[in-house]
Ligand binder design. Structure first.
Ligand code: EPZ
Length: 435
């Protein structure tokens, strides 16, 4: 099992470049299903979830060229050869975002068979709102043997009001509505930058969309979409992770290829804590001094404080003077990292959806276990400031969403090495399905 070995104590100094956003690349790759023409996506991060998405599309019969090696962060997807609109349990169980193919498949092929995602470490995460939305666009949906089956002659425009703000739910229905007959109005939509980026791609493919990135999106359906070329937005969560790592280590770091507007709530919270932040057009400079005061956070939908930065912020809170209350409002079980931080000497008490973090407490190295993508990032940051050598187990979680994180951190002065095989490694292309 892959491990990271990290010796703490080095401030992060220099420049680190952020990769493309995993959570923008995944829906963009699914959107290629909506046309028979090639879709070219650039700034694609080289992370495990992208390989899973590639395998998912290839298993349906799509031709997916995923550039590998340093020069390539580009993928060309041709779904003109898709002949099997199915997402199998074997793939969906490794990545919930696989359910993003449901809307595009039923919209384009009139049928889809997609495995239900099942439970997840951070919460129940049902897809009932995806299903409810597709039903209001006229799809006939059945569920059996752990699969959702959706059928329609052609989707028809409708009025969707999401009971709850859902990122992939908004993206799934947005994609489906582009090929529906007539107009669809969606309300209480997610406003995440990744949703807005998907809207930009779909418009380049010939879709008629207004309001993407706001709570109300209007889509006029068309009969056909065409190919397009699109550059994926930078990964705001990767940027936030490096920014907090620099602050906690008392470093001076320039985080480039990111959009400060995408992480405005995070940056203003860090300034409240006492971190010096310099915003530029496409980069953020962080000057850490280690002299921080406690501040509470409550995770919310965008533009509120992102739940995907909660774990990393909790590590910073262990190094801030006073008591910080961290409230997790999006997922019901997203404090798995807290007990691992306590093993490193942190003072954290969990009370339901609130974590009470008392600081400042010196952290000492220990053997810890990563449980999910962002939890593993919070442990890496803790290890960078802990006294001694920390061993983090199960770092395959971190490869799902961070591209070559150990190399990027080493490039700015961290003492980190991986025990196990580096990711990404050259991956053999699975044989296309010949049904
Ligand atoms: C997206 O997940 C992100 N994943 C998550 O990032 C992120 O944490 C989350 O949005 C919130 O920002 C991708 O974009 C691939 P939701 P998603 O639907 O869309 C409930 C990471 O670390 N809900 O917005 O699955 C749900 O249970 C990952 O990169 C329903 O009840 O999240 C949750 O409590 C982790 N029914 C809330 O809504 C539904 O049908 C928000 O979930 C859908 C969601």
């Amino acid at each position: 099992m892959d491990k990271f070995v990290i010796r703490g104590g080095n401030p992060l100094l220099g420049t680190v470049r952020v990769s493309g956003a995993k959570n923008a690349a995944l829906p963009a790759m699914a959107a290629a299903l909506l046309t028979d023409e090639p879709v070219i996506l650039e700034n694609i991060p080289q992370v495990r979830d992208i390989v899973t998405e590639r395998n998912l599309l290839a298993a349906m019969g799509a031709e997916v060229e995923l550039g590998y090696g340093r020069a390539h962060h580009r993928t060309t997807i041709n779904c003109g050869t898709v002949n099997n609109p199915e997402a199998s349990y074997d793939l969906v169980k490794t990545m919930r975002a696989s359910t993003l193919v449901l809307g595009p498949l039923v919209a384009k092929f009139g049928r889809a068979r997609v495995s239900m995602p099942g439970g997840c470490g951070i919460g129940a995460r049902p897809i009932d709102l995806h299903i409810k939305g597709l039903e209001s666009l006229g799809a006939a949906i059945t569920q059996d043997h752990g699969y959702v089956e959706a059928r329609t002659d052609r989707l028809r425009g409708g009025h969707i009001v999401f009971d709850k703000i859902t990122v992939t739910g908004t993206e799934d229905l947005l994609m489906a509505a582009t090929l529906a007959e007539g107009e669809t109005v969606m309300e209480n939509c997610a406003r995440e930058p990744e949703v807005a980026d998907l809207g930009e791609l779909l418009i380049k493919m010939g879709a008629h969309i207004q309001g993407h990135g706001t709570s109300t999106i209007k889509i006029k359906g068309v009969t056909k979409l065409h190919g397009a070329k699109h550059r994926i937005i930078p990964d705001r969560i990767e940027a936030g992770t490096f920014i907090i790592a620099a602050a906690v280590t008392g470093g001076d770091l320039n985080v480039t290829n990111c959009d400060p507007n995408h992480i405005a709530s995070l940056l203003s919270k860090l300034e409240e804590v006492g971190v010096k932040i310099v915003r530029n057009h496409d980069s953020v400079r962080v000057i850490g001094n280690g002299d921080y005061k406690a501040a509470d956070i409550v995770t919310e939908e965008h533009p509120g404080f992102p739940t995907d930065m909660q774990a990393q912020y909790m590590t910073l809170a262990t190094q801030s003077e006073g008591t910080s209350i961290v409230t997790e409002n999006i997922f019901e079980n997203r404090f798995m990292h807290a007990q691992e931080l306590v093993r490193m000497g942190a003072n954290i008490k969990i009370e339901g959806r609130r974590a009470i973090v008392r600081g400042k407490t010196p952290l000492s190295a220990a053997a810890v276990l990563a449980s999910d993508l962002r939890a593993s990032a919070s442990l890496v940051i803790a290890a960078l400031v802990a006294e001694g050598e920390t061993i983090i187990d199960r770092v395959y979680h971190i490869d799902r969403g961070y591209e070559r994180i150990e190399e990027k951190l080493r490039g700015v002065g961290a003492e980190i090495k991986r025990l196990g095989e580096v990711f990404p490694k050259k991956v053999a292309m699975p044989a296309a399905q010949t049904t």
